[in-house]
Design a protein around this ligand. Structure first.
Ligand SMILES: [Fe+2]
Length: 404
């Protein structure tokens, strides 16, 4: 168990460094907005998590790598102590990137030494916390990419994080529907393998008959919503969404740009990790908020006369257990389920009890996984969550329809 974990630790930790490798030191330093963190901060924070949650408790004779890091790289754990203010993470110019990478190496060596202990010496809780540290680091691998994308999108030169051209897409099939019966279904983590605390307990949910789209909504379909004036018509928007849209002057998904020179007005481009590219009508739309996904469903319902809406998380999970196409690897899928505790939810014991439970208010659940989600990190019971105006993540939508 410990040696398997040691191998995974080495691989996951190396992958994070590899993701940051294309960045200049300046790229890794700057914070483009309060929601996003500098890549250097991500590199340090995930290391802080291992140092604080694992080494501090289980390493004999523990000494901190640097006493100041406890505050600098604490994200939101009140039980651990003070935190450097989130919007000011980009101002931490020292330690520099080399020093942060040295911090990583030092903590890696100490973790590997801990895992080298004779069998039975290390409590099961320590191994569980190393596993949690790996899952946490994988979450930050995706955040690192979304934050880098946002940062580089602010540069008028539109630099590409990844110089490779985007992978070719296949033609999106016409939208069709997968019908599901109503009734009682079981959702939540079913045991076996890692899951976050917010995926438990497994419990029963009541579903009415409904259908789910067999694929995600595409950029081409979204363009029709834009071209029809969808962003200017209050009929489609929730009240909070309309206020947000007006205040933020939203007129298209994040990272969409209208070509200003010649070309028809519908000539849009989108900024991606591969740089600025033409919209691909067959590729799933990403970087939309829940507000936009909801408005789109309302607009399309009016166009088609069908009772369209976003799926609930229980509908999504039941369908994913039956092999829902495009469940993973493209875009996180907004649901119209509020992020709330499952019946009987108990946060983990100790400092990591702050991991998920304290955010269960004013956020909405996304299901699935995106093109930036690390391999092996996805699960059908996985609950991602963000406030409804969030759109710098790789968030898209799958439509649902009332009735079969
Ligand atoms: Fe974190």
């Amino acid at each position: 168990m410990a040696s398997v974990l040691a191998d995974r630790l080495a691989r996951v930790r190396a992958h994070t460094v590899a993701l940051a490798a294309p960045l200049t030191e300046a790229d890794a330093q700057v914070q483009s907005m309060p929601d996003a963190s500098p890549a250097k901060w991500h590199l340090a924070h995930v290391t802080w998590f291992f140092e604080t949650m694992v080494l501090e408790r289980f390493e004999p004779g523990f000494q901190p790598h640097h006493p100041a890091f406890r505050v600098l790289f604490n994200s939101y754990y009140q039980g651990v102590g003070d935190q450097h203010p989130r919007p000011q993470r980009g101002l931490i110019t020292r330690p520099g990137l080399a020093e942060v990478l040295a911090y990583r190496s030092a903590v890696d060596a100490r973790l590997q030494a801990l895992l080298d202990a004779p069998p039975g010496r290390l409590p099961a809780e320590a191994l569980a916390l190393v596993e949690l540290g790996l899952q946490h680091e994988q979450q930050h691998q995706e955040l690192l990419l979304t934050d880098v994308l946002h940062l580089l999108s602010c540069n008028p030169l539109s630099p590409a994080y990844d110089a490779e051209p985007p992978a070719a897409t296949e033609t999106a099939a016409p939208l069709s529907w997968l019908a599901f019966d109503g009734g009682l279904v079981d959702i939540g983590h079913s045991g076996g393998g890692f899951a976050f605390d917010n995926e438990s307990p497994r419990h029963r949910a009541w579903l009415a008959p409904h259908a789910l789209a067999q694929r995600l909504s595409t950029q081409g379909e979204w363009l029709a919503f834009v071209a029809d004036g969808g962003y200017r018509d209050p009929r489609w928007w929730l009240s909070a969404a309309w206020e947000w849209l007006r205040a933020e002057r939203i007129e298209a998904p994040l990272h969409w740009r209208r070509s200003e020179a010649d070309g028809p007005p519908q000539a849009w481009q989108t900024y991606t990790l591969n740089g600025l590219v033409a919209l691909d009508p067959h590729r799933p739309v990403v970087h939309i908020s829940l507000y936009e996904a909801d408005a789109y469903a309302r607009w399309l319902a009016a166009q088609t006369g069908q009772p369209l809406r976003l799926p609930t998380e229980a509908e999504w999970e039941r369908a994913a257990a039956a092999g829902l196409p495009q469940a993973f690897g493209h875009a996180w899928q907004w649901t119209n389920s509020a992020y709330l505790p499952y019946p009987g939810f108990q946060p983990w014991a100790g400092a990591v009890g702050e991991y998920n439970g304290k955010f269960m208010m004013n956020q909405m659940v996304l299901r699935g996984g995106s093109l930036a989600t690390p391999y092996g990190h996805s699960r059908i019971s996985y609950r991602n969550f963000f406030p409804p105006s969030t759109r710098w993540q790789f968030s898209g939508l799958r439509l649902a329809r009332d009735g079969g």
